[in-house]
Design a protein around this ligand. Structure first.
Ligand code: SF4
Length: 513
């Protein structure tokens, strides 16, 4: 959704301004006011006609964050009284009005202990009964109200968010707000949301986003995902994948939805089935076991990781002690060390490099994990070169182009950023390194799996947000973070590119052609 569209149900420039809450009924207004006495709560009356008139409350010399809050009826049978529903869009009989992405408000409310759902709200011109309710539910609407769309149409750009609390369920619609348990639970929730609203309202305001480029998927990750998708099309299901194909929770969940089954080891793969080996590479022992079992193996090892394996074989075959600079426990390190068990020693950092010993100091070589922080790795290499003057290395860099470019891109935006967000999973080495690169430059940096991980305190006082994504993080996650920020006010997006990438790798046997 573009900024101009989002303003249909949208944000404005009003950082630090008073929060305006429009609530249909007196009971709702009272509950919200009791929990958020610092806000201005206006009772607007029930139904679309009164809601349209409520647009007058939004005319204020200094625009302010505004939201519609009140109770609603559940359409989705999973929703219970007291659950909060944040509108991603408002659906009328004739039109859909998009709303700014409420992910940050959702996160704040959830951290306050509330059950929060984000999705479409049907905003009807009257009470909705029987078959129509079922139709709206089938179309994906979570809940139904009668005022939100009317306010949005009468006052474009307001509100900043629509917050509704379930009072009656899909099974027992139209319980009385005064007497029914559901109504009481809804009012209690409206009372409880005050602190979260305070935290959220304080963040509303304009921002600048600096986008690092290159970011997100590299050629090795794109190839690995393609391999699994092609294997799912070509071979009988299930298709197994040993370890996470790439280290990203969203990628793995998406492939699981398509039918891939992720396992840790080959003993979880039944005989006669297809198994894909992850982009991080495996030890020869794993391939040998797969061959012995007669499994249909498709190898998604990134060619740049395979190159490091090949160097490991070359160096150890000539009698070198190989020092592998990398992180203990990482799948890639485990696979590379498996090329010559006992002949490859792990060196995690410069301190390790000071301690490590080789049988013959004249015959030593070093290799690197492909996703290291370039600066850290060079510190370690400096120590190794000092201690083993004749040490040899690969003819080309082991740290891959994608890792280097993404770190360089972070350097290009860090100094101007008040805070940085790196899209990536916690087990993604290259994503974690991007956070470290930013922190080394003195910038607050946070690793987030997606927009819902953003904590409001990170944005407090931050007017320029640097954003990047690790090589395993899907590009759409970056777009979603930007949309989430747009929900807090206008966002000016500026991209800084340090390199153009046009690398592609061919597909392996089993899925090529
Ligand atoms: S980060 Fe580098 S080594 Fe890893 S998959 Fe991507 S291109 Fe290959």
């Amino acid at each position: 959704m573009r900024r101009s569209d989002a303003r249909n149900c949208g944000a404005a420039d009003h950082q630090g301004a008073e929060l305006l809450v429009l609530a249909p009924m007196a009971l709702e207004a009272r509950a919200i006011r009791a929990g958020a006495p610092w806000s201005r709560v206006e009772k607007i009356g029930m139904g679309p006609r009164r809601a349209r008139a409520a647009a007058r409350f939004t005319h204020h010399p200094s625009q302010r964050p505004a939201l519609i809050a009140g109770v609603c009826g559940a359409l989705d049978p999973q929703l219970e009284p007291g659950d909060v529903v944040l509108a991603s869009e408002l659906r009328t009989d004739t039109k859909t009005l998009p709303c700014p992405d409420p992910a940050i408000l959702a996160g704040v409310l959830r951290r306050g202990g509330l059950r929060v759902h984000v999705g479409p709200i049907a905003s009807s011109s009257g009470l909705v009964f029987g078959e129509r309710r079922r139709e709206l539910a089938l179309a994906g609407a979570l809940a139904v109200d009668m005022e939100s769309a009317a306010i949005v149409r009468a006052a474009p750009g307001v509100p900043t968010a629509v917050v509704r609390v379930i009072s009656d369920t899909a099974y027992s619609p139209f319980a009385s707000l005064n007497t029914a348990t559901g109504g009481v639970r809804a009012l209690l929730t409206l009372h409880k949301i005050g602190p979260a609203l305070r935290q959220w309202a304080d963040l509303v305001g304009p921002r600048r986003v600096l986008l690092a480029a290159p970011r997100s998927f590299c050629a090795g990750v794109e190839r690995a995902i393609d391999i699994v998708e092609l294997a799912l099309q070509r071979y009988p299901r299930p298709v197994y994948v040993r370890r996470q194909i790439v280290h990203n929770a969203h990628v793995v969940a998406d492939l699981q939805r398509q039918g891939a089954v992720f396992v840790e080891e080959l003993d979880q793969v039944p005989d006669g089935t297809t198994v894909v080996l992850s982009a991080h590479g495996v030890a020869p022992a794993v391939r040998a076991e797969a061959a012995r079992r007669g499994l249909n193996v498709i190898d998604a090892t990134c060619p740049l990781v395979a190159k490091v394996h090949s160097e490991a074989r070359r160096f150890t075959a000539r009698g070198d002690t190989v020092l592998l600079i990398g992180h203990a426990g990482h799948d890639e390190v485990e696979g590379t060390m498996g090329e010559a068990p006992g002949k490859i020693l792990l060196v995690e950092n410069a301190a390790d490099a000071e301690r490590v010993s080789a049988e013959d100091p004249e015959h030593v070589s070093f290799l690197m994990q492909t996703t290291l922080a370039v600066d850290d790795a060079m510190d370690t290499v400096d120590v190794l070169r000092r201690r083993f003057p004749s040490i040899e290395s690969s003819a080309t860099d082991d740290i891959c182009y994608a890792t280097t470019n993404r770190q360089q891109a972070v350097r290009a935006i860090a100094a101007e950023s008040d805070v940085m967000m790196v899209l990536g999973s916690a087990n993604s080495s290259n994503s974690v390194r991007l956070v470290e690169v930013a922190e080394r430059l003195g910038v607050r940096a946070h690793l987030v799996d997606d927009a819902t991980d953003i904590l409001p305190e990170w944005l407090d006082g931050a007017s320029t947000i640097g954003i990047t994504a690790g090589a395993s993080a899907p590009p759409h996650l970056v777009d979603e973070v930007i949309e989430t920020l747009r929900a807090l006010g206008p966002v000016d997006v500026v991209q800084r590119a340090v390199a153009a990438e046009d690398v592609t790798f061919s597909l392996p046997k089993g899925v090529a052609g």
